[in-house]
Design a protein around this ligand. Structure first.
Ligand SMILES: Nc1ncnc2c1ncn2[C@@H]1O[C@H](COP(=O)(O)OP(=O)(O)OP(=O)(O)O)[C@@H](O)[C@H]1O
Length: 466
């Protein structure tokens, strides 16, 4: 594999659009909440009327099985994990996580990633379809646990996402007793002059760069696999791109490069192809990017207060296991969280000005089901993986800094529900001609009709969950 340096493309950086998301974060599967709000189809439990109403918004093992047999589904696969020729310890790890069959991205990407000689890959797959598991399996397959030095390097755009992906590595790799993982994240201070012995390093670009260059904790020449998770934002965010390029330049020419994301804006896609030598490519067609398992609606309002009332009406009509509500500004998010609390909702507020530790704590509580509603800004648009999130509300539609629709962020936001075959509901609040125009452009972009919902009509709201 010839490795053209990313440096060649540094001049092209301007072509990469600036990304909106600043925080991406993955969560482990949330457990059912204390009230048992999530029911599995095979649960032999009598449901309350409320649960019956909302029961179809939360998903069931059956649905996943059905989708894994539907050739049009991103969860479909013809192969089993055995046929992917994973090492026995990894198969054990996969099954211990409760995975029965690979998803489409896992089935397609793994043979390419595990081929000899190693091949580069740029891969796109819808939110929540198992990309993380795919590249984690690739790293774990290539690593030689007997060699006590870093061999795989995975870059995540944020601290929280690095920790979450790290958890997946630990879970899947748990049948390799010798295997160790190091977190190259802010706050993880090592002694100067130390060389780390962990075979896999996951971290954020700035710290990884320091560990490879200034601090020399890692010998980059020994890295065999280099993963960029949420690759589009890594490329589109100037600071991350510079750091990723500098790290990539230090790696051996035959180091395998793997880039994964649910979205790739056109300019970012072109950039990725330029900097990754001879890549295999897995790309979705535009109309495949949205998941059919997520139902999308819009609600017409005239003001912020009307949007709030519409939100309350939705809550009055359906049972919502957990919801994420996205606002454009911290101010609106703060206001909305306060109003929802006054209405008696258990609300968590997450916004960009909070310290990383505070943000991690808020997410943790949400994941544990202690709060049912998470009001947030774009800070949380990507990566959070909470199984219980059955509804996503765009209280404000996602727009970029020029006020144009931000289609990528839209997709990442609604992808917080409908994880791995679960059904989800996404509701967009439209409060002006301008926002109607934004919504229309989002519909056109994805060639997907978003139907209107009348939130004064409780029966209609109930109907959408059937
Ligand atoms: N083969 C599988 N069988 C069952 N569950 C799976 C499988 N692969 C992944 N999952 C689960 O599905 C959920 C979503 O997977 P994952 O986080 O890997 O998706 P992703 O594509 O990386 O999502 P995002 O685009 O939001 O980053 C996780 O909770 C994961 O444990």
């Amino acid at each position: 594999m010839a490795t053209d340096s990313w440096a060649l493309a540094v001049d092209e950086q301007e072509a990469a659009a600036e990304s909106l998301s600043t925080l991406q974060l993955k969560e482990e599967k949330a457990k059912p909440d204390a009230n048992g709000a999530v029911l599995k189809a095979d649960d032999n439990v009598e449901r309350t009327e409320d649960e019956e109403k909302g029961g179809n918004l939360v998903d069931t093992t059956n649905q996943v099985e059905v989708l894994q047999r539907d050739p049009n589904s991103p969860l479909y696969s013809v192969k089993s994990f055995e046929e992917l020729h994973l090492k026995p310890q990894l198969l054990q790890g996969v099954y211990a996580m409760g995975f029965n069959r690979p998803s489409k991205i896992q089935e397609n990407a793994l043979p390419m990633m595990l081929a000899e000689p190693p091949q580069n890959l740029i891969a796109q797959s819808q939110s929540g379809t198992g990309k993380t598991a795919a590249f984690v399996l690739a790293m774990l397959s290539r690593v030689e646990p007997g060699n006590k030095y870093p061999q795989c390097l995975c870059l995540s755009p944020t601290y929280e996402l690095a920790l979450q992906t790290g958890k997946v590595i630990e879970q899947m790799g748990k049948f390799y007793p010798e295997l160790k993982l190091a977190y190259a994240v802010r706050g993880n201070k090592l002694e100067r002059g130390q060389k780390i012995s962990e075979q896999i390093v996951i971290g954020t670009p700035g710290t990884v760069l320091d560990w490879c260059s200034k601090l020399k904790f890692i010998d980059p020449k020994k890295i065999k696999v280099f993963v960029l998770d949420e690759a589009d934002v890594m490329i589109a965010t100037q600071g991350h791109q510079d750091q990723s390029i500098r790290i990539q330049r230090m790696l051996p020419r035959d180091c395998q490069m793997l880039l994964f994301s649910a979205t790739f804006e056109d300019s970012v896609w072109k950039f990725a192809q330029k900097v990754v030598p001879d890549p295999n490519i897995i790309k979705l067609k535009r109309e495949e990017e949205t998941l059919d398992t997520i139902k999308q609606y819009y609600v017409l309002c005239n003001s912020r207060d009307e949007k709030f009332r519409a939100l309350c009406n939705i809550y009055g009509a359906i049972t919502i296991a957990q919801a994420m509500v996205f606002c454009h500004t911290r101010k609106t998010a703060g206001w909305l969280a306060a109003e929802l609390s006054k209405e008696g909702h258990q609300v968590a507020l997450l916004s960009g000005e909070m310290m990383v530790e505070q943000r991690a704590a808020v997410i943790e509580r949400f994941r544990e089901g202690k709060e049912k509603v998470l009001v947030t800004t774009n800070v949380c648009a990507r990566g959070i993986d909470v199984e219980q999130v059955s509804v996503v509300i765009n209280f404000d539609l996602p727009v970029d800094k020029d006020g144009n629709p931000d289609n990528e962020t839209y997709l990442h936001r609604i992808g917080r529900t409908g994880r791995f075959g679960k059904r989800g509901l996404a509701i967009n609040m439209v409060d002006s001609k301008h926002s109607m125009n934004i919504l229309n452009r989002i519909q056109e972009h994805f060639s997907k009709k978003i139907n209107r919902l009348d939130t004064d009509d409780l029966d209609e709201i109930e109907k959408i969950t059937n």
